[in-house]
Design a protein around this ligand. Structure first.
Ligand code: C2G
Length: 129
């Protein structure tokens, strides 16, 4: 069984999030998604509209997703890959190069982002802070 992992905040879930989860799953048989906790997003400097328990529940309900784990720090990726026997690490290409060090542990794949959609854009359009 080929296992894939990806990471993200997935705030105000939108088609860009759905597309990357769909494409990540197409690379293997089992998809683990690490969803950023509110505490970790504070470290990333991101303020979420939706709290982490609800973001995790939404991602968990996506048919491409087999397992959801919390993302609490930048430093958990190697242990996640080892503990979950991951074969492929996937991120959108806005992260290209940032995770190449994981090539020592699994295949690293950057997938093109979906154009013209982002949580920031949605917030602006809804005039959310
Ligand atoms: N994404 C995409 N197309 C968009 C928007 C997002 O493909 N239009 C992808 C991003 O590239 C990322 C995933 O969707 O792979 C989740 O995006 P975010 O929720 O913005 O995640 P981010 O804040 O980048 O957190 O340790 C990694 C971080 O947790 C990534």
């Amino acid at each position: 069984m080929k296992k894939v992992i990806t990471y993200g905040t997935f705030d105000l879930f939108h088609i860009g999030h759905l597309n990357i989860l769909k494409r990540a799953k197409e690379l293997g048989d089992y998809l683990v998604v690490a969803v950023s906790s509110d505490a970790f997003n504070a470290i990333k400097g991101k303020k979420c509209a939706i709290p982490d328990d609800e973001r995790m529940a939404i991602v968990e309900a996506i048919k491409y997703v087999d397992e959801v784990i919390p993302e609490n720090s930048w430093d958990q990726k190697i242990s996640d890959i080892q503990e979950h026997n991951i074969d492929i690490f996937v991120m959108g290409d806005d992260w290209t190069g940032q995770f190449d060090f994981l090539n020592d542990y699994c295949k690293v794949v950057y997938l093109s982002r979906t154009p013209d959609i982002s949580t920031t854009k949605i917030k602006k359009e809804l005039k959310l802070k």
